[in-house]
Design a protein around this ligand. Structure first.
Ligand code: NAP
Length: 262
């Protein structure tokens, strides 16, 4: 399928590693120009070099913390300065710490609000004039936690639904301008974040991380963790003109883990 993304300008937040990295790679393989992002400059530079040498794409690494207003502005304005506009925005950031309710302080809640909800709000606000001009698309990375709360990730369980509510509401506001917005909700995808969550759960249960990961895999109808590339495939499709009649949706990439009907 021709996804018509050649020369599109794509901003991929939180993309030096994990799912964001796979998303940046996938857009670059389609011939897009990608602005990639993370807080650690060495990791980001290495990812940028890998994407460039594997795909030949134009890659702009932008060191910025999207958990801050300044970081969101820096990411978007750097992409516009370098590439002259934006066709696609992919919002993403690291996950909040895994803690149960009674271990959370006001500061934990405040930081998670900035990282999970406000990064999405601010990135969209900054990028919107450019995405509107190109009649482009926005894809938000959320989580299965928005539909099915997971034990021990209380912050994520509380804040992901807010991102879903935001993008559903925006889908109606933006439709007349030709801008589409959709959410992608991963289940268990094997990345640095998932390894961290498995280690936390393993410690709480007094078992090894490998044992915990095997237990998790057994909960998934497809019997395994997903790969970042399997999430990236959906993101790229939803962002492309091939998905021109799809907006306001939340789609799981979870191997069948979510058992509900809606
Ligand atoms: N993996 C899963 O199974 C899964 C499932 C559901 C939802 N999610 C959510 O999806 C998101 C991505 O998950 P992942 O597994 O890919 O995480 P990951 O492996 O921890 O990778 C996160 C990436 O984002 C960057 N990053 C983190 N915080 C950032 C910030 N404040 N500003 C800019 N860049 C930042 C990291 O680089 P730096 O550290 O250098 O900044 C890294 O490149 C997270 O919110 C996670 O909670 C993941």
């Amino acid at each position: 399928m021709d996804l018509s993304l050649h020369d599109a300008v794509v901003v991929v937040a939180g993309s030096s590693g994990g799912i964001g990295r796979a998303v940046a790679f996938a857009f670059a393989r389609e011939g897009a120009k990608v602005a990639i992002n993370g807080r650690r400059s060495d990791v980001l530079a290495a990812t940028g070099a890998e994407i460039r040498s594997a795909t030949g794409a134009e890659v702009l690494p932008v060191v910025a913390d999207v958990g801050t207003a300044e970081g969101c502005q820096t990411l978007v304005s750097s992409a516009v300065d370098a590439f002259g506009g934006i066709n696609v925005l992919f919002t993403n950031a690291g996950g909040p710490p895994a803690k149960t309710f009674e271990h959370l302080t006001d500061d934990d809640w405040y930081r998670a609000f900035q990282l999970t909800l406000m990064s999405t709000v601010r990135l969209i606000r900054e990028a919107l004039p450019h995405v509107r001009r190109s009649r482009g698309a926005i894809v938000n990375l959320t989580s299965i936690a928005a539909k099915r709360p997971e034990p021990s990730i209380t912050l994520s369980n509380a804040l992901r639904p807010a991102v879903m509510g935001l993008s559903k509401s925006l889908s109606e506001e933006l439709a007349p301008t030709g801008v589409r917005i959709n959410d992608v909700c991963p289940g268990f995808i094997w990345t640095g974040r998932q390894e961290y969550l498995a280690a936390v759960r393993a410690e709480n249960a007094g078992i090894s991380t490998e044992e915990e990961a095997a237990n998790k895999s057994r909960q998934v109808p497809l019997g395994r963790y997903g790969t970042p590339e399997e999430v990236a495939n959906l993101v790229v499709f939803l962002a492309s003109p091939a998905a021109g009649y799809i907006t306001g949706t939340s789609t799981l990439v979870d191997g069948g883990l979510y058992r509900g009907l809606i």
